[in-house]
Structures are given as structure tokens and as C-alpha cells.
Design a protein around this ligand. Structure first.
Ligand SMILES: [Zn+2]
Length: 329
């Protein structure tokens, strides 16, 4: 671990802080008016980002489904600036949004973008990858990411073309990882390391976590949802078991895949654990009582309805996935 003092000293502080202040002022001015957020003028300023720890920047996505208005900007995306290079963690849901993220990086630093890390295969985390092709980075993901994204590519492209519309869909490409992480991998950004860990099947079968050891910041991707209802595309049993394991770890802060820029750890995990546990308990009881999937779709986990945004859009799908898995216990 690099002491924080060293990191600060290695940053060309003066130039950086001037450009960042100007950038943040512009971002804050835009952020204060929700109507202004999507004007093309913002592209020049880049995506709105907050520095949550020294050299760690996070953009917060909207709690929405993809649309022409939000251009797939619905997940969190981050970047970490080391002494020599930059790593991007997720790239938003379109090439347009990815370019704005890249502009935000360029407003902070001119260091090469050496790594683009995708925390998992979902379009709102990977469809901005094309915006970074010009940097010729290594694209890094869980070793199962390529297979998962590759097999769903056609369907993901079709759905997103429809939901984003022609303009926001422009430039989207499926870019598969050039480096697959099977267990763990350390990336050196110069004076600070990112530790990547491939996780068991949970939110998906290709969830990758990232730890910035210099600031003890943990990036959980969609293993952690806050405010936005969790979406289950892997294994409810695996996810609950992994959350139990993760909750015994320590970190100075966590960046969720959907939710605030940064949260306290491990407290941030609790609402999601409660949500998934409620579904699992209700579905198991219904199965034991000889009830059907249709019964479950009408009742399982509905005690959680008021706690989450987008509940009505995703919850029944979560119950369906949980039922299919728990039926065979
Ligand atoms: Zn996801």
C-alpha cells in the first residue's frame, strides 16, 4: 500500500487542481439544473464526476431505464489516476456517454488511459467501451465476461437500439476483454495498484470487484445496488453467500454499480441483503406450500416495494429467476 502522502506528492497538483476546479464549477452549474444536464453543451465539459478519494473519481448514473434522453447514462462509472496511467472502471451505456466520461477524464489528467475495466457484461456498464478505443487500452474483465457478453451481443444491441434511439445508439460496439481475470490480478498505475478479483456467480456469472489499495476504495459494480432495485441475472443463492462474505471485509468506502457516488462499508450492503433475503425466504415458503411461479410473482418480496426505485420494472423478473433457481433445491 502506498501512503496517501506519497500519492499526493506524486500528483502534479497545481495544474491538476486548476483544471479540476474549473471543471467542477462547470459541472456543478450544470448539475443544479436538471434540464440542462443533457444539453449538448455539456459534452464539452464531460460527464459530471466527483473525486471521492485522492485520484478516485466517480460519475453517478440515473435511476432510469435507458432512453434517448439519458443516452444510457444509468450506471456508475469511475476512474482512478495513478502516477503514470489511468484506469477506467465501467464505461456507461453508449459510446456517446462513454465519450463524455472520457472528456471528464481528460479534464482531470492527460495521463494515458491504459486500462478499461468492465465489472460485468451488462450494457449500461460496457457499451461506452468504444469511446476508449483510440487510447488503445487493455480491456479487462472476468474470464467469463467475453463468453457472456459475446453470446448476448445481438440481443443487447437490438434492445438498446430500440430503447436509446438512433442518435444515442450511434457508435456502440461490443468490445470484449483482452485480459480475462480468472482469480485475481493486480494492475500497476504507477505508485498505486488496483486489485481485481473474479467473483463467483452472483449478480451475473462474470462479476469482477476492484480495490484501489492506495485509498482502500472498493468498487463492487452491480454486486451492490443502492436506491435502484437490484437485478438478478446470476444466482440468488450465490449472491447472498457472496454478500455475506463481503460483509466481513473492510474498506474505507464502497462505490456501488447503481447508487450514490460512494457509501460506507460494509453498512451499504444491508438493504440489498434484506431485499434478496426477502425474495429467497418468500419463494422458498411458496415452493414448500406447493404454490406456483404465478403465485410467487404476485406476492414474493413485495414487502420491499417501497424501499426501491424501479421496483415495478425489475422485481417480478427477479422473483422469476429466484423461483427457477430455488425450485430445484
Ligand atoms: Zn448489472
Amino acid at each position: 500500500m502506498v501512503p496517501m502522502k506519497d500519492l499526493k506528492e506524486r500528483r502534479p497538483a497545481k495544474r491538476l487542481s486548476i483544471s479540476r476546479q474549473a471543471f467542477l464549477r462547470a459541472s456543478l452549474a450544470l448539475a443544479s439544473s436538471p434540464l440542462l444536464r443533457y444539453l449538448p453543451a455539456q459534452a464539452a465539459n464531460g460527464a459530471e464526476v466527483i473525486e471521492v478519494a485522492p485520484g478516485v473519481f466517480v460519475h453517478q448514473g440515473l435511476y432510469e431505464l435507458q432512453s434517448p434522453q439519458n443516452r444510457g447514462d444509468m450506471a456508475n462509472a469511475s476512474f482512478v489516476v495513478g502516477g503514470e496511467a489511468v484506469a477506467v472502471i465501467d464505461t456507461l451505456g453508449s459510446a456517446v456517454a462513454g465519450r463524455e466520461l472520457r472528456d471528464a477524464i481528460r479534464a482531470v489528467t492527460n495521463k494515458p488511459i491504459r486500462y478499461v475495466i468492465n465489472t460485468h457484461m451488462h450494457p449500461d456498464h460496457v457499451f461506452g467501451n468504444a469511446a476508449f478505443k483510440q487510447d488503445n487500452p487493455a480491456f479487462v474483465g472476468h474470464y467469463k465476461l467475453g463468453r457472456g457478453l459475446g453470446s448476448r451481443a445481438e440481443r443487447y444491441l437490438m434492445i438498446n437500439k430500440k430503447m436509446l434511439g438512433e442518435e444515442a445508439f450511434e457508435g456502440i460496439e461490443i468490445i470484449l476483454p483482452t485480459i480475462g481475470v480468472e482469480d485475481s490480478l493486480s494492475l500497476d498505475l504507477g505508485g498505486r495498484n488496483l486489485v481485481l478479483e473474479a467473483q463467483r456467480t452472483a449478480h451475473t456469472d462474470n462479476d469482477l470487484t476492484v480495490t484501489d489499495t492506495a485509498t482502500d476504495t472498493l468498487f463492487l459494480g452491480d454486486l451492490l445496488f443502492s436506491v435502484h432495485v437490484p437485478t438478478l441475472d446470476g444466482s440468488i443463492k450465490g449472491w447472498l453467500a457472496l454478500l455475506d462474505e463481503l460483509s466481513r471485509k473492510e474498506a474505507a468506502r464502497v462505490v456501488p454499480g447503481h447508487g450514490p457516488h460512494t457509501m460506507d462499508y460494509p453498512d451499504a450492503l444491508t438493504p440489498e441483503q434484506t431485499y434478496l433475503a426477502a425474495i429467497a425466504a418468500d419463494v422458498r415458503k411458496l415452493i414448500n406450500d406447493g404454490k406456483t411461479l404465478e403465485d410467487a410473482m404476485e406476492s414474493a418480496g413485495f414487502s420491499q416495494r417501497e424501499a426501491w426505485k424501479l421496483f415495478d420494472h425489475y422485481h417480478v423478473r427477479n422473483v422469476t429467476a429466484a423461483f427457477a433457481e430455488l425450485e430445484w433445491e
